[in-house]
Every structure is written in C-alpha cells, then in structure tokens.
Unconditional design. Sequence first.
Length: 427
Amino acid sequence: MDENTQVLRLGEATHPSPLLGRRDQFIPEGARVLLGSTLPEVEPYLQRGQLPPSFEQAGPRERIFFDPKGIACGIVTCGGLCPGLNDVIRAVVLTLYYSYGVERIYGFRYGYAGLAASQGIKPLPLTPAVVEPIHEQGGTLLGSSRGPQELDDMLQTLLELNVRVLFTVGGDGTLRGATALAKEILRRGLPISVVGIPKTIDNDLHWVERSFGFATAVEEATRALVAAHVEAKGAFNGIGLVKLMGRHSGFITAHATLANSDVNFCLVPEVPVSLQGFLGALEERLRQRHHAVIALAEGAGQDWIDGEVARDASGNLKLKDVGAFLRGTIERHFDALGLEATVKYIDPSYTIRSLPANALDSEYCLALGQHAVHAGMSGRTNLMVGYWNQHFTHVPLELVTGQRRQMDPSSELWQRVLASTGQPSVM
C-alpha cells in the first residue's frame, strides 16, 4: 500500500453512526480505489507480489469519531468565484443537520479572513432554512477572499466555537492553507478535523478527475464560441477571438473546443506556440476560408508579452492580458499586409464564474458535500474528497497541493483537439 495515499485519523471511531438503520450500505474500513485503471498500470505491481497504489474509498462508515450532539462544524469558501459553491455549502449543511444531527453549523465569511479572530468578522449561523434556496444562485452565500491568515488566529476561532470539523472549499491555495492548519492542529493534539472540497474552475487539481464548476464552465464557454463563430462568418475575413479561463491548464479551452467543433485554433498554456507561426497559419486560414475562430486560454502566450511578473495575495502569478494583446497584434498584422480583417473579441470569464451550476455540476456538488461530511464525522483529517476511477475517494492534502494538473500534449485529449481544429501541430 502506497504510504503517500494514507489518510490521517484523529483517533478510534467509537460512536455508532446515526445512519445505521437508515441505509443499507456502508463503506467497510480498508476499502480502496486503484489509482491505475489499465492492466499495464497495475501489472508490474502484481508481478512483484505488491498491491497497486490506491486511494481510500470515500463514503459513510458504521462508526464515527465525533458525537454529533456535542460539536459544531464550520465551512469556509476561498479563492475566486465558481459555479457550484452554494450547492456545496447547501449539501454540507443539509447532510450535517439531517443525516448526522449536527445543529450548530457556522459559515465563515470572506474566506480565511472570516476564520481569523483578529478580523472581527462574525460567522453566519447556517441552518436548512438559510441554505434552502441558495443552490439556485451563483456565487457563494459566504463570500470569498484570497490570501493567508495566521494559524493561531484561526485556531482561536475554532476553539471558541467548539468547531470540530472544518470544511475548506477552494483550489490549490485554499488547500495549502488547509494543510498548514491541519498540521498545526495535529501537532497540538487537538480533536479537529479539516476536510477539503475541490473547487477550481480550471480543473487543475491533481488526483481528482473533475473539480466542481468545470462542467458549467465548459458549457458556457461553448456558448461564447458559438457566438464567435457567428460573428466571424458575418464579416469578410472575420475573426472570432474568445479568451477563456485557464491560468496554467487549458482544460476548459480544449473541452469547449471539442464541444463546439467550429474552432480553428485552440491555444493553451501547455503547448507553446510561435506567435509568428500562429499569425502565418491564421493568414493562410483567412485566404482559404475568409473566417476563423480562436479559443484562447488566459495563460497561453504569456511569453509573447514583455513586462514584469507580479503576484496576488495568494502568491499566484498575475497573468498579462493575452486576449487584448492578441487582438491588437492580429489587427496590426493584417493592416501591415494590406489585408482586410475584422476581429470580434469576447471575454466571458466573469459571466461564467458567477453562474449557478448546471445539472451535472449540481449533482456532483451534492455528492462532494455528502462525502466530505462522512469523512469529517469519521475523524479523518488533512484530506480532500476526490473522484477517481468512478469512485469518490479520500486524498491526502499534501498529494493534491504538491503539483498542478496540466494537460499532456501527447494525450488523446490534445490529439482530438488537433484533429478537430485542423491547426498545425507546430506553429
């Protein structure tokens, strides 16, 4: 068994689950989900007489660590907005209240700032009545923010409110903060569980097949590409340029390209492109077909633009505006050639971020929230609820935050993009 996938527990689970008698199936201790899904991935381990690497399977256990009547729980949402945040909040609250009988649930407002006692931001008491309608709305009921807070400051709040399970909803920066908090809690020997729920619209977290909000983002990005195609065909040598989310990973851009299939150029951070090579290919496209659609991830082409690199409060690189840069560059390029070209530029990023989740994401958020509660009540900590090989899993936070998930240019996904767009593999 791979030691790196082992999930920490606060202690022995001695309380019978309130779910006993209300459901037929529980996940047995020791249930695992294989990391590999093909024979070549697992065969070397079997030949050596070893168990292949695996994750602990998520789900309700027959015995839990916490007495639900004696504790409070908390939830915090951090980072940028993303479809499904309210769905997750609602799922956590309803599962805690109705499945486990936890009646004191706090929503910490404006990210980790709301968890820091020194900030003076009072938590929002969460009840089924409070969260009943929020899944129909975009954004987050609790608000959000970026940037770290002092560990002692946050722990003071948890101890004063008797919070024994904290659910942290966010991406890489949020989960790094959750890791640091969980480690300090364990160092002090405190009975507090920290459970992460994967929120990143870019789908760039490792060891989870899909983060919530991603399906909604792809669906809405496809609408923008449809509009760009209409605009491009409506003018002689029309160019529809759409900038989509994807700081370091181009999954939204790639999947929206495939869903639309009218895109002619898909530019993503993982595949470096020569600016002059791209302009040459675009020129050839217009000479032949007199219109073109470009799907551009926000993290692509950063090396095209001069200037210093800055960072935000969470330490993330502040990207240069490649969309505006490319629009101007294309216009100047064709002006210099004396060729007529019209660029219609669309940036739907904030529209997409603020939408309610679609049906696929809503269902997924419900399951993530439920499994996060099961994990926390069983006394597991320093983990994220993931989804891998058709099963929900428990993933140690250090595995998630150790590296960023990116698209492999040799993958079947990118090869399908190249086949769909017809763009040169080397520009």
